[in-house]
Design a protein around this ligand. Structure first.
Ligand SMILES: O=P(O)(O)OC[C@H]1O[C@H](OP(=O)(O)OP(=O)(O)O)[C@H](O)[C@@H]1O
Ligand code: HPA
Length: 179
């Protein structure tokens, strides 16, 4: 057990089982679509979730990455910066945006609007975690792994100051470690 860990909210088995359900649901909902979706994953937090999810999507999907940043420590700074844009065009594509967490909703709202502006045909969202109590803009994911309470979480991709992304579970740190 890591010395900074206060508690585990979601263990690895629960996360993997939910990724399987989400992958199957996505497969069903896109299988009669004209084209398979392009998964757009937001770096860096969504990487472990993307890696688990795609094992359970039985469609000829492709994926690409964008890196946007809005957090310093546990604070959303509101201003969304693009650090790395997509490699491919999204024009007329059905996009499935892959997020680790929807918190204030600012990142999702901004990125969804960017993709629409670039000519995406549709933009849906799959998120591992949703923290509805923290929302400041009106936005919801189309597919959600787990709703969680208003606590700053780490693990399964989520960081505090770039650390703890490699925990295979989602947990909460001891207060003295959020410094
Ligand atoms: O709903 P919001 O309040 O906008 O917060 C959610 C976003 O914040 C985190 O990203 P961050 O900018 O920390 O980048 P990271 O994925 O590299 O950790 C997280 O990965 C989401 O993308
Ligand atoms: O709870 C969180 N943990 C890590 N990163 C985050 N970005 C938004 N909310 C969170």
């Amino acid at each position: 057990m890591h010395p900074c860990l206060e508690k585990i909210l979601l263990n690895e088995d629960e996360i993997v089982a939910r990724c399987k359900e989400l992958g199957q649901q996505i497969t069903q909902e896109y299988k009669n679509n004209e084209q398979p979706p392009l998964l757009v994953a937001l770096l860096k937090g969504s990487v472990p979730f993307l890696a688990e999810l795609i094992k359970h999507i039985d469609l000829d999907i492709q994926f690409d990455f964008m890196d946007v940043s809005s957090y310093e420590g546990t604070e959303s700074i509101g201003d969304i910066k693009i650090i790395k844009d997509l490699d491919c065009s999204v024009k007329n594509l059905d996009i499935l945006l892959v997020e680790d967490i929807v918190d204030t909703g600012r990142t999702l709202k901004t990125v969804k609007a960017m993709l629409k502006n670039k000519g995406a045909k549709t933009v849906r969202v799959v998120t591992l975690l949703d923290k509805p109590d923290r929302r400041v803009v009106d936005i919801e994911a189309d597919y959600t792994g787990f709703e969680i309470p208003n606590e700053f979480v780490v693990g399964f991709g989520l960081d505090f100051n770039q650390k703890y992304r490699n925990f295979p579970f989602v947990g909460v740190l001891k207060e003295e470690c959020y410094k």
